[in-house]
Design a protein around this ligand. Structure first.
Ligand code: SAM
Ligand code: DTB
Ligand code: SF4
Length: 363
């Protein structure tokens, strides 16, 4: 087994990222084979349970209320709607459902209780349940765990330095604190980021320092290529090159040998050959489904054909960790605290975010 380290430095990570391409690919593929079956891929289906109208100013996000995008907002889905979608995902070969909500943070109350019921319902379908609901307190993380949540997705998104260039309504430390709160439970951590937002290679390495020095490291790491959506401040960003994507996947694999590296947003811009190179470099998971949260994703049947071509098999649920027990709402041992946590609002100026907001006001 290659060594599991929690003290990677930016210099070391940059050295890996900048290796001659073939050497990087070979090293990453070698680490991958020591820790994983290279012919298995974990498939997660995304489900946007509450879409649009978000209060935050994340410069990449089509769901931020302040930008002018074509996203149609929706209220929280019902439990039966979610169950029907989860069953569809299961039939399509997914082992995990990841429910996303366009929220800054979770608030105790009816809507959160409904999300807890969704978690119970999907866990009872014998699928891994993941949620990405924004910031959570320790008490909220414990309630999710009690409902049977398998993973919580909360991305660091970039380096601490570049984060300030993209988001002004919350701080990097808030993200780290939420990950810490999830870690206090038996829910696994899913955390990664986005490339192609205008960051430099040092920022990419900085993000990998922040992720790989978490102890334990995240069990899953999504690597998103920015989907540049019209109306967002990042609408004019050039698409990420496949070479950068492979380098990022390979470097992630080397510094986090055990994590499931997930090819996430941006796959519609990638060829099958490009994706195959990412799998060789250590990616072993994808987000499946014709839609991500609001933007298109490759067709499920096309993905299954690609896996057949590559001789890859979808991973069964609970291969990595046993299925959590679900405690019913009436038997819950954990009381909602109705906290009002002080997540920060740095509110520094990001010119391009303000310009995008001003454009919306003119309409
Ligand atoms: N609102 C919650 C939050 O921000 O934590 C959860 C949902 S949010 C949409 C989840 C993640 O989606 C973000 O952290 C970001 O990594 C990713 N994402 C959002 N918009 C994206 C885009 N246009 N391109 C690539 N990734 C994106
Ligand atoms: C993650 O890292 N990527 C997913 C999931 N976690 C929630 C979301 C991608 C969203 C892409 C833009 C959209 O479809 O709205
Ligand atoms: Fe809201 Fe999450 Fe989008 Fe930021 S990334 S605007 S918090 S939905």
């Amino acid at each position: 087994m290659s060594e599991m380290r929690h003290n990677w430095t930016k210099e070391e990570i940059l050295e890996i990222y900048n290796k001659p391409f073939m050497e990087l690919l070979y090293e990453a593929a070698t680490v991958h084979r020591l820790h994983h079956d290279p012919n298995t891929v974990q498939v997660s289906t995304l489900l946007s349970i509450k879409t649009g109208g978000c209060s935050e100013d994340c410069g990449y996000c089509p769901q931020a209320a302040r930008y002018h995008t074509d996203v149609e907002g929706n209220d929280l889905m019902s439990v039966p709607q979610v169950k029907a979608q989860a069953l569809r995902a299961k039939e399509g070969g997914s082992s995990r459902v990841c429910m996303g909500a366009a929220w800054r943070n979770v608030k105790d109350g009816e809507e959160f209780d409904q999300v807890l019921e969704m978690v119970r319902t999907i866990n009872k379908l014998d699928m891994e349940v993941c949620c990405t609901l924004g910031m959570v307190t320790e008490n909220q993380a414990k309630r999710l765990a009690e409902a049977g949540l398998y993973a919580y997705n909360h991305n660091l998104d970039s380096s601490e330095e570049y984060y300030k260039e993209v988001i002004s309504t919350r701080g990097y430390q808030d993200r780290l604190d939420t990950i810490d709160n999830v870690r206090k439970t038996n829910v696994t951590v899913c955390s990664g980021g986005i490339i192609g937002m205008g960051e430099n290679i040092e920022d990419r390495a900085g993000m990998l320092v922040a992720l790989s020095t978490l102890n334990p490291q995240p069990e899953s790491t999504p690597i998103n290529a920015l989907v540049a959506v019209e109306g967002t401040p990042l609408e004019d960003q050039e698409p990420v090159s496949i070479w950068d994507m492979v380098r990022m996947v390979a470097t992630t694999r080397i510094v986090m040998p055990e994590t499931q590296v997930r090819l996430s947003a941006g796959r519609t811009q990638m060829t099958r050959e490009g994706q195959a190179m990412c799998f060789f470099a250590g990616a072993n998971s994808i987000f499946a489904g014709d839609k991500l949260l609001t933007t298109p994703n490759p067709d499920v049947n096309e993905d299954m054909k690609m896996f057949e071509l590559l001789g890859m098999k979808p991973q069964k649920p609970f291969t990595k960790k046993v299925q959590p027990q679900t405690v019913e709402a009436q038997d819950s041992q954990i009381e909602a605290l109705g906290e009002k946590p002080r997540w920060t609002r740095p509110e520094h100026k990001i010119e391009r975010n303000e310009a995008a907001r001003a454009l919306r006001k003119q309409d």
